[in-house]
Design a protein around this ligand. Structure first.
Ligand code: SF4
Length: 694
């Protein structure tokens, strides 16, 4: 088996200085809705430099420290360049041939029941296909052909929030360009610029027009620094704030009766539901003064058009993740602020603009009914612990860092007969649990295509794979050949496979050849405004304040505050929240430690702690600390800052030790997690913690 041959340079490459070639591509990270254009300069088969692509209409030349650091993948002494294997878990990983490792994997799959093999992809597989899901679709295709499990990654990310939005019926989002041109008030609700820096330009444009920015978050973020007003609330209290805003809007007659009558369902029941959920009640939940909640509700209802930019992932990772999204999603319906420019919900990780679509290459018709486990994180962990998964193929992920309750995950991985890790670098999961490690191609060594909310971008293959590295496509195609999966790769070549994945009216039925001829980018045929036809994503076609689907699932038909699951108490009095920083992205690159630029920025976990909480514990800024929950402990360094209120602590996600603290139990019933085309089976990431100086 060999990698496909290099494509001839096309219109998206041009001669660079001193015999080099400059090729238009995209940053390998996937900070969706931000994806950034990149120019890669290569010579003699080596990467010389990367820089932002000023011609990219989404990023306009921006390339952050993470994007700049991606050049350090090439020539990196820690990069995996050949397969590794070990006979026993307590033995060292040793170099092995591709033939040996793939033969062992296919033999183990053949020897197991079909449903006892599982594929779990992380963000690392989306470096060349975020928004087009080519690798994800290939893995799903492999699972459909074999009867294996393929678990959907939004369950570690935005899926639970998406569930709340989906119940209400507002999954589509307006574009950042629409926001910049039209919104008069923008609520950045758990949304931060570290996660979507390309939104910043449009926020500033809106501010210059006179729009007001308000940040609602658990800490003072990069977005807060640009906002006109900042409301810091307790982790898990977002739903309470939204419900109290609805109370004020209805009480003061600021709702849009005509819109409610024509386009929503269940207003009278909602009115009853929020009757007692006053700003005074929410003050006790959120830590905000009741007057500020009143003022926010008035401002949102009276300013037109107003938009809510909702956090993609972090705000859904604690208590009440889906109830927060469910309640917040009712606000545009209550005020008639949706379906017109500048309104509704703004750009969000994992969301799509109206009209968006893709070709389907996952072969769902091949699936044998009844063999798929639900996309439920706690059930997956349980299946591993009970030895029901024989073969676990991990692609571009560090499961110990991304799954809640990593103690339980580690126990499950120990019981799994064969664990395979495909990645650029070793990570914690691979070091401790992988029987086989497969070296992965980097983004410049693959053909790919990414999509933002508005554009499609070709990512040509410009370098030969380093060492013996191989792509997801190459590995699955060879495994399919060994397993005799007829028709797994029916396309003439890799380009034809990508063409099939892109084949949809929204892309203008784009092909690799057409994109190459167009300079590597094409505008999608989508609406900048969500729900322009006022047909919403619910059975009734209306915005559902009252959801019969939720009721049938035993979740309560109406939005509510939800239970507090990770309760602070005397032993663990602080509420843990997590998020993203500008210098790191989840557990990528062995938690950033493999790339020198990122490793220098943050070599260990930094725990944000308020001055009051620090003083009460005799902790000063920069000292070594131990953070513990009822489940485990994490060692790091204190960052004492007034940017977080007393009672809360925060650190960035991706540190494996972080999920030794989190709970990992199910939030939704199994019947609910696959209600939508994305997985909502996120386990509970919340934790009440204590922090002590070491
Ligand atoms: S924000 Fe940074 S890491 Fe994310 S896509 Fe842009 S350049 Fe890459």
């Amino acid at each position: 088996m060999s990698e496909p041959s290099l494509p001839a340079p096309g219109a998206i490459s041009r001669p660079g200085p001193e015999g080099s070639t400059v090729t238009r591509t995209m940053c390998p990270m996937s900070c969706h809705p931000t994806l950034c254009g990149m120019l890669a300069q290569t010579r003699d088969g080596q990467l010389q430099s990367v820089q932002g692509d000023a011609a990219n209409p989404d990023s306009r030349g921006f390339l952050c420290i993470r994007g700049q650091a991606s050049r350090e993948i090439f020539g990196n002494p820690d990069r995996l360049l050949q397969p590794l294997m070990r006979a026993r878990r307590d033995a060292a990983l040793e170099p092995a041939s591709w033939e040996a490792v793939l033969t062992r994997i296919s033999a183990s799959i053949r020897a197991s029941a079909p449903q006892a093999t599982a594929l779990w992809p992380g963000h690392g597989t989306a470096t060349t296909d975020y928004g087009t899901r080519i690798n994800g679709q290939l893995m799903a295709r492999f699972a459909n052909f074999t009867g294996a499990q393929f678990w959907s990654p939004p369950m570690v990310c935005w899926g639970l929030g998406g569930f709340g939005l989906g119940l209400t019926g507002v999954l589509e989002t307006n574009t950042k360009e629409d926001m910049g041109e039209h919104s008069q008030l923008i609520l950045l609700w758990g949304a931060n610029l570290a996660s979507q820096p390309n939104t910043a330009r449009h926020l500033i444009a809106a501010q210059r027009r006179g729009a007001r920015l308000v940040t609602i978050d658990v800490r003072h973020t990069e977005a807060a620094a640009k906002s006109d007003e900042v409301l810091l609330i307790r982790p898990g209290s977002d739903a309470a704030l939204a419900l109290a805003m609805m109370h004020v809007i209805i009480r003061d007659g600021l709702h849009d009766a005509a819109f409610i009558d024509q386009h929503t369902l269940g207003f009278e029941a909602l009115r009853e539901q929020v009757r007692d959920l006053s700003p005074q009640w929410a003050a006790g939940q959120t830590g905000l003064a009741a007057t500020r909640i009143e003022s926010l509700a008035h401002s949102y209802a009276r300013t037109r058009p107003a938009m809510i930019v909702l956090g993609g992932s972090s705000m859904h990772k604690g208590d009440n993740g889906w109830q927060a999204a469910r309640a917040i999603a009712c606000l545009p319906g209550l005020t008639g602020q949706i379906g017109v420019p500048g309104s509704g919900l703004g750009p969000r990780h994992g969301s799509a603009a109206h009209g968006r679509g893709l070709g389907n290459i996952s072969a769902p018709e091949k699936r044998v009914p009844g063999t798929a486990m639900p996309n439920q994180m706690s059930s997956i962990t349980q299946a591993l612990r009970e030895g029901r998964i024989d073969n676990l193929l991990l692609f571009g992920c560090n499961m110990l860092s991304s799954f809640a309750d990593s103690h339980a995950v580690a126990e499950g991985l120990r019981r799994t007969h064969l664990v395979v890790s495909h990645d650029l670098f070793l990570n914690d999961t691979a070091r401790a649990h992988a029987d086989i490690v497969l070296p992965a191609t980097a983004w410049l060594e693959e053909l790919g295509c990414k999509a933002t909310h508005t554009h499609l971008y070709l990512m040509p293959r410009v370098l030969a794979p380093a060492g013996q590295c191989r792509s997801v496509l190459a590995i699955l195609t060879e495994l399919a050949r060994q397993l005799q999966l007829q028709g797994f790769h029916p396309w003439a070549d890799e380009e034809a496979m990508v063409d099939a994945a892109l084949d949809h009216p929204a892309t203008g039925h784009a092909t690799v050849a057409a994109l190459r001829a167009e300079g590597g980018m094409r505008a999608l045929k989508v609406s900048p405004v969500a729900y322009p036809t006022y047909r919403f994503d619910t059975p009734s076609g209306r915005i559902e304040f009252f959801s019969a689907r939720a009721q049938a699932l035993g979740l309560g038909a109406l939005p509510g505050p939800g239970p507090q699951l990770a309760k602070a108490d005397e032993d663990y009095p602080l509420q843990l929240a997590q998020g993203r920083t500008l210098a790191h992205f989840h557990g990528f690159y062995d938690n950033g430690r493999a790339l020198p630029t990122l490793a220098r920025r943050e070599a260990e976990p930094h725990v944000w702690l308020s001055p009051a909480d620090a003083q009460a514990r005799g902790i000063s800024d920069g000292v070594a600390i131990r953070m513990s929950s009822a489940r485990g402990e994490l060692f790091g360094r204190a960052r004492v800052t007034d940017k977080i209120p007393a009672g809360s602590v925060w650190l960035r996600d991706g540190w494996p030790a972080l999920n030794r603290l989190t709970r990992g139990d199910a939030i939704l019933p199994d019947a609910a997690v696959d209600l939508f085309p994305f997985s909502a089976g996120q386990a509970h990431y919340g934790a009440a913690v204590q922090v002590q100086a070491c």
